[in-house]
Design a protein around this ligand. Structure first.
Ligand code: GLU
Length: 706
């Protein structure tokens, strides 16, 4: 999570020393390289594994375009600061050949390994699919869909209290969305690079800076935590004569008054104020604020709009009224200069960023105060927790309660149409679109959030039981499918009734078929697990029918066929008594004689993931598994393998990848089928040709599967 850690590791590895783990030294002894294991060889293997995963043709070269494209699909952009050393190394490693475009140039293994070594932890995690949003490309695509739908919403009007915000025409219709995950995966849409003034989205940040400076206790001696229940700029204080919370104008003026106060007190206390010691203080304070904004944005420079600041100052009657009212009620610390604070508050509102930058700020909040793209801790965890709590209850003007109810996410909006939304521990969003609703929130910003929580289980209180039907982008969809379907089949094949009941209790369905439409009942029948078959039959009877006792698999076989084929008499009797039907008879071979690796040394879930990925033709997912070190020839409960399924579904690129990665062309499944049998059966001639060209054989003259 930390750039400097990555870079340090990169330098350490570059020096040929090893991988930082399991560090232990005798007391009183300095840490030396040898203490840091595993060995250099282990690191080499890891680098090589990543290279192999991307070297589709196994021809000892990866195209620069493919490496960058793979990282981009994961959400790691080329300008990612954490990758700059690796990116530079890749560029310099490319063999300069004027005939070849840089993107198409080949990187050989040693250059590849040298390049990724700089940022190995991040690159390894990315290529292995271990980022917070594993299927980032799919997520990005869905976000693009939401963006397009929300763009059609063009009601509302830009703020009109100063000319700079009262934009018209094309400017009023601007729409930018950006997101950044806690792993620094980024995507943006539309006008995400157009700068806008942050306005009230500065409030959580000003509050955070005050808390960082003074601690939460002190800050809340001057400002409350409650939603005000009245308008955001209402002339009212709470029972203790404090502004209600830091997200409304009075509260933000108050927190602004605390920023930089320690420095001021030091100057005054030290007697430096006399003789012009305070000169330069307010400038330093604003520099400090800009510096923190820059750190929150991942080292990108915020700007400042002088014209907005000047206009704000001319029209700030209400803010002046609030400040006078607070001063009259003794709300400010004694040493605060109210006029100075008002200027400073308006300066903070006039800072400019773009949606991409603000999404990184939101991601820093989502990430507990550590900026995901630099690894710098910008805010303390507790400060962030405070901010998010206040944003949850008070961040959306007079819509805050309804927003908390319907959207359920901490957010802050501003009159420029900016909106910052945090999904804690997952990602941050920024939506910017100047048209506002009657309550002062960006119309598209709110619409976007509605779509977001309609599609994904992002609402704070969503999915507490795990049964939400909304998508969970924190999970890998292939993993989800493998878990939903195959776990029960493995349990049935092993006779593990407890595991089956556990999964049914969690809402799993009995009759889900896998990539070959094989079901738990097929496998229980094939593997002679009569107690499981009996349980399924009882369940079907309790559900009032026997319809689900005869599901057909890819070859038309039913569980009763499996029982016959394996001569499992007791099961034949149970199933026939229950009215189960036969389908297409097949002869089975002894499973023990089949090829393919059993998953003994690998979690069965990896086998399932691999084979699903092959059946779906998802080469990205397959590369990820290879990057994790998963062998490509793992076999499932029917001894089916990735190359079988890729052949059956006609995914020639996956078959080619398997062959290039030394997978045998002739593993046989439970019925003695080879991948070529699958290809012939489904008439995938290109796959069949490829397999034949690499020594693939079909079963004897018998018809495949028959
Ligand atoms: N500059 C504005 C004010 O204080 C900020 C308004 C807002 O975004 O809510 O009046």
């Amino acid at each position: 999570m930390n750039t400097s850690r990555w870079n340090d590791l990169g330098k350490f590895l570059k020096a040929g020393k090893g991988h930082v783990a399991n560090v232990s030294t005798a007391p009183g002894r300095e840490l030396v390289a040898e203490d840091i294991g595993p060995s250099r060889r282990d690191v080499d293997q890891r680098e090589e594994r990543l290279f192999r995963a991307l070297d589709d043709d196994n021809d000892d070269a990866v195209l620069a375009r493919d490496l960058k494209g793979t990282l981009r699909d994961i959400g790691l952009l080329e300008d990612d600061q954490r990758l700059c050393e690796s990116m530079a190394a890749i560029t310099s490693a490319l063999n300069p050949n004027p005939k070849t475009e840089e993107e198409n140039r080949r990187i050989n293994k040693s250059s590849f390994c040298l390049a990724i070594r700089h940022n190995i932890l991040l690159i390894e995690r990315a290529l292995q699919g271990r980022m917070v949003v594993p299927d980032f490309a799919g997520f990005e695509q869905r976000m693009a869909g939401i963006f397009d739908r929300v763009r059609a919403e063009n009601s509302g009007v830009p703020a009109d209290y100063i000319p700079q915000l009262n934009v018209q025409g094309e400017e009023a219709d601007r729409f930018g969305v950006a997101l950044c995950t806690t792993d620094g995966q980024r995507a943006s849409f539309g006008d995400a690079r157009k700068f806008f003034t942050v306005q009230s989205t500065s409030k959580p940040i000003t509050y955070a800076l005050a808390v960082e400076e003074h601690g939460s206790r002190y800050v809340h001696e001057f400002v409350g935590h409650e939603p005000s229940g009245v308008g955001f700029n209402e002339l009212t204080l709470n029972r203790d004569n404090q502004p209600h919370n830091p997200m409304i104008n009075a509260g933000a003026i108050m927190t602004a008054s605390l920023v930089g106060l320690t420095d001021k007190r030091r100057l005054i206390g030290g007697g430096e104020a006399q003789g012009g010691g305070l000169r330069g203080w307010s400038g330093r304070r604003f520099d400090h604020v800009l510096d923190r904004w820059k750190a929150l944005c991942g080292n990108q420079e915020p700007r400042f709009s002088t014209s907005v600041f000047l206009s704000e100052r001319e029209t700030a009657d209400r803010n002046f009224a609030l400040a006078y009212f607070m001063r009259e009620n003794g709300a400010f610390p004694d040493d605060v200069d109210m006029h100075d604070v008002l200027e400073f508050y308006l300066q903070c509102c006039s800072i400019e960023v773009n949606a991409e930058m603000m999404s990184v700020i939101a991601a820093t909040f989502a990430n507990g105060g550590i900026c995901p793209v630099t690894g710098e801790r910008v805010l303390q965890t507790d400060t962030v927790r405070n901010c998010l709590s206040l944003m949850s209850g008070c961040g959306m003007y007079d819509f805050s309660g309804e927003f908390a109810f319907t959207i359920g996410l901490p957010a802050k909006s501003g009159v420029s149409g900016a909106m910052m939304v945090v999904i804690p521990n997952v990602m941050g969003f920024c939506v910017w679109s100047p048209r506002l609703d009657a309550l002062g929130n960006s119309v598209r910003g709110v619409a976007f959030c509605r779509e977001l929580v309609r599609k994904f289980n992002f609402h704070n209180y969503d999915d507490l039981t795990g049964s939400s039907r909304r998508m969970n982008p924190r999970l890998n969809p292939i993993q989800v499918r493998a878990r939903e379907v195959n776990e029960m089949i493995w349990a049935a094949s092993k006779g593990d009734l407890g595991a089956i009941q556990d999964q049914l209790g969690r809402g799993a369905a009995l009759n889900f078929g896998d990539y070959d439409l094989r079901t738990p009942l097929h496998l229980a029948a094939a593997e002679n697990q009569s107690h499981v078959v009996r349980y399924f039959v009882d369940q079907a009877a309790a559900a009032g029918g026997n319809g689900n006792l005869s599901p057909r698999d890819r070859w038309g076989g039913t569980p009763l066929d499996d029982a016959y084929q394996h001569d499992n008499q007791a099961i034949v009797a149970i199933l026939e008594k229950a009215g189960a039907e036969r389908g297409k008879a097949r002869s089975a071979v002894d499973v023990a004689d089949c090829g393919g690796l059993t998953p003994a040394s690998f979690e069965s879930s990896k086998v399932d993931e691999l084979i699903w990925a092959a059946s779906l033709g998802d080469l990205i997912a397959i590369r990820r598994l290879v990057a994790q070190g998963v062998p490509l020839d793992l076999a499932d409960y029917d001894r089916r393998t990735a190359i079988h399924l890729a052949a059956a579904e006609g995914h020639v690129d996956v078959v080619r990848y398997c062959i290039a990665h030394h997978v045998s062309c002739n593993p046989t499944d439970r019925w003695g089928n080879t991948p070529l049998d699958d290809a012939i059966r489904h008439d995938h001639q290109d796959v069949a040709e490829l397999l034949r060209g690499h020594g693939g054989r079909a079963r004897s003259a018998r018809s495949p599967g028959g």
